[in-house]
Design a protein around this ligand. Sequence first.
Ligand SMILES: Cc1ncc(COP(=O)(O)O)c(C=O)c1O
Length: 467
Amino acid sequence: MANPDPEFVAFLRAYPTYPATHMIDDLRANEYASLDIGGHVYLDYTGGGLYAESQLRRHNQLLVEHVFGNPHSSNPTSQAATQLVEHAREYVLRFFNADPDEYLAIFTPNASGALKLVGESYPFPNGRYLLTFDNHNSVNGIREFAHARGAEVTYIPIALPDMRVDASQLDRELARPSKNGHNLFAYPAQSNFSSVKHPLEWIEKAHKNGWDVLLDAAAFVPTSRLDLSEVKPDFVPVSFYKMFGYPTGIGALIARKSALSKLHRPWFAGGTITVASVQGDKYYLADGASAFEDGTIDYLNIPAVEIGLKHLESIGYDVIRERVHCLTGWLLDHLTAMKHSNGIPLVRVYGPTTTEGRGGAVTVNFYDKYDNALDHLFIEKQANEANISLRTGCFCNPGAGEVALGISRVELDVCFTRPGHEDRLSIDDFRLCIDGKSSGAVRISVGMVTNFNDVQGFLGFARGLLS
Ligand SMILES: Cc1ncc(COP(=O)(O)O)c(C=O)c1O
């Protein structure tokens, strides 16, 4: 046997499908060599994916062998750039199995850029904005546009220990859309805090009740297939670096054309118009994706998106899903079993403790043998010293954080209305204010090229915190 380690043998016994993912081990050795050369234990895939060397080579070759000009011109070099960008755009739709008659792919700087496009353009007056507590700040931020334009904003709570949504409350809210305005419902396909996969069935249910649906897929698509011929959300933001590491700085808003036609852009910019006049004080927006792509798009890097999508396809979501399932299961099994000598558990998991209906991020806080929480910043410092890359804090998901950490509305009101804190509150001020409670957690996230040694490395680190 290649690896006689008894723990590996036990792992294979518990997760017998793991060897079916061995192509990832070969790939990692050849294409992600810097991980192991550098002795890195990388466990922040929800923060950012990693890139294969071949992605860089292919992209570099493309740039070296051609000349590309600004696509807003129409000379030969700009036509060459346009051709590649449009090819990448078509490829994005094909990757998500989206019918080009039904969906458009708009390139944005990241998922947040895609979300802002929706927020600033959605016809909120007299309407409603419904969203789950469990959402990234870039989805929460849309509420400011909704408030400013007089929409009713409603949050649907999530509950411990699994941090899933109370379905009856969601049903109740979905059943009462505004009759005088438009209704937008936003939730993450996968939580970037607890890794819960929220049901995709909500999309159809919301549509039946007259809602447009914004499905934040940023944390979902790095390890799960989103098939837009099966589910039909109206707006889908993604960040490509989360899927395959390179390039950074490009995301997309994949939008249903019927929903997109409801949006009213608050301004125009270079590239978004057919005609704009100074003396005539008039402008005409371009058709399709162009109307939403402000200025010059990142035309040299957009072709690398197609390279990355093809790389992900060459591995396949089935293999990635199996890999993530096995390693997350082993991580959860062992982390939740760790106890101090007096029986006090080492960690508290925020979210599901089995692999059912969840992705590959495990969010916890560590406790000492007196059951006192260890500060997440202390854990991060220790992990850094062991060359383990993980993420701590609230991961830009304050709603899930407040529920997980038991921070109440009243406590928050007290902090936010303290003299001197009406306009400014630093994270240190906030930590002081909720004195005695954790202000964050530790997220360990498994991804496309994680291996058994990475997870064992982390479990060994965790074991070192036992007393
Ligand atoms: C679920 C989710 N939505 C949105 C975002 C925002 O992505 P970006 O920072 O790339 O704009 C993130 C990033 O962590 C995320 O996890």
